[in-house]
Design a protein around this ligand. Structure first.
Ligand SMILES: Cc1cc2nc3c(=O)[nH]c(=O)nc-3n(C[C@H](O)[C@H](O)[C@H](O)COP(=O)(O)O)c2cc1C
Length: 206
């Protein structure tokens, strides 16, 4: 699981993986990539007893951090919140001497049952995904990290197999891009989702 020369750390969190279709497909597309550490938080910590030293050591070893999870109540599953609360300590992630995460990427890769149209001012959820993710964006900024627009797979109950295959393939391309171009910059102001940016990027381009 852990690879000391890896550049991308995927913090994967799904409380009911046996029922998952979308995150399972995304997971299978990336978990064996070279240079990527796939870290399944619910598998590691089913009792929520997070090993903070181990998690901080993983963070030190990687240049990009990806939080992959389904959207739960417009936020993350509980273990991700617990992880953030415990691992991103003062003096480590922020505050005096807290410079370990400086310049690393923070990417949220999430799935939602709601459609893209439901996530806007006039939609049933009233707010965009970017608005719901603001606590994460600001946490990344506090830690002096480089926040990337999120990778989002909507409409999880209705998405067709070919669409899901494409979403998983694109996710794999994105993770490879982060691995191979650790200095990649995606203006968060120009792209609400990184999915759009990825479509414009030439395949394998540098
Ligand atoms: C407890 C719970 C809360 C959820 N909250 C939301 C939500 O706020 N917005 C949304 O669009 N979908 C919500 N969903 C649906 C999940 O996001 C959706 O089932 C998941 O993204 C599908 O991915 P999977 O196939 O990997 O499980 C929720 C599901 C559960 C079980």
């Amino acid at each position: 699981m852990s690879n000391s020369s890896a550049s991308v750390l995927i913090l994967f969190a799904h409380p009911a993986l046996e029922k998952s279709r979308v995150n399972r497909a995304l997971m299978e597309a990336v978990r064996d990539l070279d240079g990527v550490t796939f870290h399944d938080l619910y598998q590691q910590y089913p009792d929520f007893h997070i090993d903070v030293d181990r998690e901080q050591s993983l963070l030190r070893q990687h240049r990009s951090v990806v939080f992959q999870h389904p959207l739960y109540w417009y936020s993350c599953p509980a273990l991700v919140k617990e992880w953030v609360d415990l691992v991103l300590e003062y003096g480590f992630a922020y505050g005096e001497g807290g410079d370990v995460l400086d310049g690393k990427h923070w990417l949220s890769a999430i799935s939602t049952a709601g459609t893209l149209r439901a996530y806007c001012e006039k939609g049933s959820n009233q707010y965009t995904i970017r608005e719901f993710l603001r606590p994460f964006e600001q946490s990344a900024l506090l830690c002096n990290m480089r926040w990337l627009p999120p990778y989002v797979v909507h409409n999880s109950q209705q998405i067709s197999d070919p669409e899901l295959d494409r979403a998983a393939e694109n996710y794999r391309r994105l993770i490879e891009r982060l691995r191979d171009r650790p200095d990649v910059s995606v203006p968060a102001g120009q792209h609400s989702y990184i999915n759009k940016w990825l479509e414009q990027e030439p395949a394998g381009g540098n």
